[in-house]
Design a protein around this ligand. Sequence first.
Ligand SMILES: [Zn+2]
Ligand SMILES: [Zn+2]
Length: 210
Amino acid sequence: MEPTLKVLRILTGEVEEIPIEIYLRGVVPGEMPAAWPMAALEAQAVAARTYALFYKKQGPRHPEVGADVCDGPHCQSYVRSEWAQNHPRIIAAVENTRGTVGTYQKQVKPMYYSAACGGQTISKWGPWLRPTTCRCQEIVGYTAGHQQGLCQWGAHVMAKDGATYQEILDHYYDMVWVEDYANTKLVKLPWYWIVVRFIEWFLGLITKRG
Ligand SMILES: [Zn+2]
Ligand SMILES: [Zn+2]
């Protein structure tokens, strides 16, 4: 089942509940020009979906109002318009990746991204962010971001050269791409974990006695 997100509208303070794939139709063009190559838009959709789902599952980013995310650049820029909801390229980018999220050790993690990394990304905020060289400086020479995760201009270059969105994502993240975001095992510990821990504790108890 498609999860919903509670999105804080900064302008009015109201909190809207939006199905995640509909939310993404507003975020993809909010974070990347809709005219960019399709694979770059698809990579952006996966990063944005995973980022939002992380906060929904691990705790809201705006707990003061009970919102998972806000609609501004603090979380992810969300374009609230008919244009975005009906744009064929945006719909394609979201639908082609429907439900796909990035996982690291079977958990969704925030897939950070930035506009331009200056030619090198780092992994300061988590081991799922791959330190790698990037070709964004072929187009933009400057660094416009934290240099972690997807570099949007770098994705643009790769997509233009024919890379798929999976290849782009693999370049910037050390993650596994899972097509079922509704699978709660992504973030919850498996049921047998508690049994394993109990057995460990019990064996430890016996061994200490002996
Ligand atoms: Zn926010
Ligand atoms: Zn870059």
